[in-house]
Design a protein around this ligand. Structure first.
Ligand code: GDP
Ligand code: IMO
Ligand code: MG
Length: 428
């Protein structure tokens, strides 16, 4: 099975990092294709816990070549800090490759991310403040700075000056901030060039050659379907293509070469930041899910909003990604509930919607229609086969599978790498 894409099927933090890490021993390349250090992936290996932001989760598997694809936006300070932190913990990071075509996040875009949010006031997105939106905006406006620009000081200077001509006007006249000196930015970026040089490659060429040679590639998405700039709950989204199509544009590998698309979903739902969330629970049940699931952001530490599983979202994710498999994580968190509601449709002003309403206002007004499934009280964290799950937990998985329109191939019953029930091999 040469090329597998792993995407988030909800609003992020589904456990993509754990899913990717688990397949690590059996893949040759792990490619991050979108987003940047707005992501936060937790991987637990025995007593060790790793929080990865910019680096692909495959970096923890010996033998894997981790790749930062052209679709990623790279904060170089974060890149080197993360590499140093892992090296200090004995992780070999020497195989990392970075696309020459990836864009870098200059410090002025972190500033702009924060001030634009402040100016949005009540309409703010609740971004991670990492400069992601302004950097993708620069890319589309053709004033971005790419990794390859760092190796030609004269080109870099021209590009930074070009970008700042307009941005300084905005910073000073609109946002009442200090203008940025282009020379400071040039010096800051050139300061990373030497260390970066040996990691930089034509990753699109290398990945296609790896496929030709029969290697196995895993494409790991940051963020998720409902945060995708095209298919998510716009404008409450991130600024990149987090759905399966992004794996192609963000890596330079064509769609005909992708064999499988795996969506990762929690057994319930969470969201960080602003925006609509029909199954959100604001009372005790929400607090239960947050505490039982440890639902606090890996990147910003913000408490995550929590709610029941939404099968309308799952069906939508299956469709826009062309999912072949679902991985359901955190089933263990639901243990102890007498009844577990699952959203099967929305009521919008008296009209029942079984598919995602196409307009934003309808989704904002959607009231979930629930089906109540039986809960279980037995500890399931030690289960390693489907048959070892209590009958009610088995029924929950089977019912949700039926409602979601995609087979559930693996089930997470704990944070550790080993705490997974495999029903269908994701690489087989
Ligand atoms: P990602 O951004 O999709 O990689 O997910 P995060 O790492 O942000 O959030 C997922 C959280 O759930 C992390 O703390 C994981 O360690 C944890 N986790 C993943 N799978 C499971 C599971 O099956 N059970 C439990 N209890 N925790 C899990
Ligand atoms: P992983 O990869 C959850 C959310 C932010 C905000 C919106 C836009 O760990 O699943 P941005 O900084 O990207 O411009 O913020 O997107 N967001 C995430 N939420 N998990 C993530 O990544 C996220 N990355 C961004 O909270 O609402
Ligand atoms: Mg996360």
């Amino acid at each position: 099975m040469p090329a597998v894409v792993v995407v988030g099927a909800q609003w992020g933090d589904e456990g993509k990092g754990k899913a990717t890490d688990q397949l690590g021993a059996r893949v040759d390349y792990v490619v991050k294709f979108n987003g940047g250090n707005n992501a936060g992936h937790t991987v637990v290996v025995g007593k060790e816990k790793y929080a990865l932001h910019l680096l692909p989760s495959g970096i923890l598997s010996p033998g894997v070549v981790p790749v930062i694809g052209n679709g990623v936006v790279v904060d170089l300070e974060v890149l080197f800090r993360e590499l140093d932190d892992l090296a200090a913990r004995g992780v070999d990071t020497s195989r990392l490759l970075v696309s020459a075509a990836a864009h870098v996040i200059p410090s002025y875009n972190r500033t702009l991310d924060k001030v634009t949010e402040r100016f949005l006031g009540k309409r703010q997105i609740g971004t991670t403040g990492r400069g992601i939106g302004p950097t993708y905006a620069d890319k589309m406006s053709r004033v971005g700075i790419r990794v390859q620009d760092l190796f030609d000081a004269s080109i870099l200077r021209q590009k930074v000056e070009g970008a700042l001509t307009q941005k300084n006007q905005m910073l000073v006249k609109v946002y009442n901030r200090r203008a940025v000196d282009p020379e400071e930015i040039v010096a800051e970026l050139l300061g990373y060039a030497d260390r970066l040089r040996s990691m930089v490659a034509d990753t699109a060429l290398l990945l296609n050659q790896a496929l030709d040679a029969g290697k196995t590639l895993l494409f790991e998405a940051g963020q998720a379907t409902m945060l995708d700039v095209d298919h998510g709950t716009y404008p409450f989204v991130t600024s990149s293509s987090a759905t399966a199509g992004g794996a192609c544009t963000g890596s330079g590998v064509g769609p005909t070469r992708i064999d499988r698309v795996v969506g990762v979903t929690k057994a319930y739902t969470t969201r960080v930041g602003e925006g609509p969330f029909p199954t959100e629970l604001l009372g005790e049940e929400g607090t239960f899910l947050r505490e039982a699931g440890g639902e606090y952001g890996v990147t910003t530490g913000r408490p995550r909003r929590t709610g029941w599983y939404d099968a309308v979202v799952a069906r939508y994710a299956s469709r826009v990604n062309g999912l072949t498999d679902l991985v359901m994580t955190k089933l263990d968190v639901l243990t102890g509930l007498e009844k577990v509601p699952v959203c099967v449709a929305y009521d919008v002003d008296g009209v029942r919607h079984t598919e995602m309403p196409p307009d934003q206002s309808a989704f904002h007004h959607a009231t979930p229609v629930y089906e109540e499934l039986d809960g279980w009280t037995e500890d399931i964290t030690g289960a390693r086969s489907f048959g070892e799950l209590p009958p009610a937990a088995q029924r929950y998985v089977l019912a949700v599978e039926e409602m979601s329109g995609c087979r559930i191939s693996a089930i997470g019953v704990g944070a550790d790498r080993s705490a997974t029930i495999v029903r269908h091999d994701l690489l087989g």
